[in-house]
Design a protein around this ligand. Structure first.
Ligand code: NAD
Length: 308
């Protein structure tokens, strides 16, 4: 069986959890690469040894050399520092920009046709940076953030209403930061808009918890940030790229006037395909959501200006 090849840069919490899900679902062969010696090799071997139990034929290997990542179909960038309690995603900017820049240069040389999924925070700015350094077409560089934030919102609504999460739809747009925009107007439960089901104060509380969803986990873990739901969100994007799923999902993509924003990466609803970004879906936002989206765009633009 010929598998696609997915390289994951960064064999830390998110990278390893993603490798495990890809292998368990038999989606692709996986290369885990990290600057630390032996760790990616050890983690990859551990996952490889689980594959017989899943009847999975994915090959999983760890490395410290980009040669082994050559000609990947997808490269997922998870390398860099994660938040500690009290830090915002934006506090990671300069150090993660240096790491991301170096990785992007290597990806451009070794996997020139890859689709790149950027996860490292602050994610929208890092996605912009990867596109700028690789000079890949915009459709082949996409950031992961909205899928995770929307899954968190769905999980909170599901818990509040005691309904299965598959009955809940939610879209969190804008930057993957403190000014993200949970879009209540397109949040539904079994097709009914959330405002007709839940009291306004409850919706506000869910929106606030969604915005703080990452910080809530950082506060509990103390030494790292979330990785299981982030890994599942990366895999959701990969499954849409591979055509196994065909959903409208929020991803950070380059905007050229859509939603009134130009020249930066920001989270909007999209369709993904073997091309990477297939198309942007334009949703009708409520007036307050439009304003929040523009404020979020300005915050991301300021971050980008600090590293561009
Ligand atoms: P982690 O500390 O567990 O792992 C990071 C790994 O990157 C480490 O193993 C480190 O050795 C490696 N690394 C550092 N420099 C490298 C380089 N130049 N090349 C290759 N590897 C390198 O952190 P984590 O929890 O896996 O998080 C990784 C990043 O993802 C963080 O920036 C975090 O904020 C971000 N994140 C983003 C989202 C999102 O929704 N976009 C969600 C979760 C985490």
């Amino acid at each position: 069986m010929i598998h696609k090849k997915v390289t994951i840069v960064g064999a830390g919490n998110v990278g390893t959890a993603t490798a495990l899900l890809i292998a368990e679902r038999n989606l692709a062969d996986v290369i885990l690469i990290d600057v630390i010696k032996d760790i990616p090799q050890g983690k990859a071997l551990d996952i490889q040894e689980a594959c017989p139990l899943w009847n999975a034929s994915s090959k999983v290997a760890g490395t410290n050399s980009y040669e082994d990542t050559a000609d990947s179909d997808i490269v997922v960038v998870t390398a860099g520092l994660a938040r500690k309690p009290g830090m915002s995603r934006d506090d990671l900017l300069q150090r993660n920009a240096a790491i991301t820049r170096e990785i992007a240069e290597k990806i451009a040389k070794t996997s020139p046709s890859a689709i790149v999924i950027v996860v490292t925070n602050p994610m929208d700015a890092m996605t912009y940076l990867v596109q700028k350094v690789t000079r890949f077409p915009y459709n082949r560089v996409i950031g992961m953030g909205g899928v995770l934030d929307s899954a968190r919102m769905r999980s909170f609504i599901s818990g509040e209403l005691e309904v299965p999460p598959y009955d809940v739809r939610a879209m969190v747009l804008g930057g993957h930061g403190d000014l993200m925009v949970p879009v209540a107007s397109s949040t539904t439960v079994k097709g009914k808009v959330i405002a007709d089901i839940l009291h306004g104060s409850k919706i506000e509380a869910i929106i606030e918890r969604t915005k703080n969803g990452g910080a809530e986990i950082v506060g509990l873990l103390k030494t790292g940030s979330a990785y299981h739901a982030p890994a599942a969100s990366i895999v959701e994007m990969i499954e849409n790229i591979f055509g196994i799923k065909n959903e409208t999902i929020p991803c950070s993509v380059y905007l050229d006037g859509e939603y009134g924003v130009k020249g930066i990466y920001l989270g909007v609803p999209v369709r993904l395909s073997s091309k990477g970004l297939d198309r942007i879906i334009e949703l009708e936002l409520a007036e307050n959501e439009k304003q929040a989206f523009i404020a979020s765009a300005e915050a991301v633009r300021k971050l980008i200006q600090k590293i561009a």
